[in-house]
Design a protein around this ligand. Structure first.
Ligand SMILES: [Fe+2]
Ligand SMILES: [Fe+2]
Length: 166
């Protein structure tokens, strides 16, 4: 275990939304558990991480959709790209090419802090501004945003305004 294949939960990861923070703590624990797993269990633990990531991303995407954020917004795209690669790594590991799991973990360790601190932080701020309660997945004023997000009204993704995220 080293800094390139493990993540440590710390103050910088706290985004101030209990459900998001809890999910991110679980994600970090599963990344580290995959690294720590003995060879015979590595694939099974990786599959747990993959399933958790499917649900983790789906949760954030459900919240974005509830706010009317279009599915071509870059946050969705980044999730899709990561999941595609994670699933390909599972396919290869099932074929006995286990080394890909280690490379995937290193890529996730490099990718996750930036994603959490930009896109997920932007989403949390946006949901709070819209009065969306992630515990109940409802709007605090009881009125769903029927019209959805208007053009340009999307959470900060850490990119320059007007930047075509891709
Ligand atoms: Fe996240
Ligand atoms: Fe995210």
């Amino acid at each position: 275990m080293s800094a390139t294949d493990t993540l440590s939960w710390g103050e910088h990861f706290v985004l101030g939304d209990a459900r998001t923070d809890h999910t991110h703590q679980e994600f970090i624990a599963l990344v580290n558990a995959t690294t720590a797993a003995p060879a015979g269990q590595k694939l099974a633990v990786y599959q747990e991480l993959l399933q958790h990531t499917v649900e983790h991303f789906a949760q954030e995407e459900r919240w974005m959709s509830a706010c009317g954020i279009p599915s071509d917004f870059c946050h969705f795209g980044q999730h899709n790209s990561v999941l595609e690669v994670m699933k390909e790594v599972e396919r290869r590991a099932l074929n006995g090419e286990m080394a890909y799991i280690g490379s995937m973990i290193e890529a996730l360790v490099e990718w996750f802090p930036g994603h959490a601190e930009s896109m997920d932080a932007g989403l949390v701020a946006y949901l709070q501004e819209k009065g969306f309660d992630t515990a109940t997945e409802t709007f605090k004023d009881g009125a769903p945003v029927a019209a959805g997000a208007v053009a340009g009204d999307v959470p900060s993704c850490g990119h320059e305004p007007g930047h075509a995220c891709g």
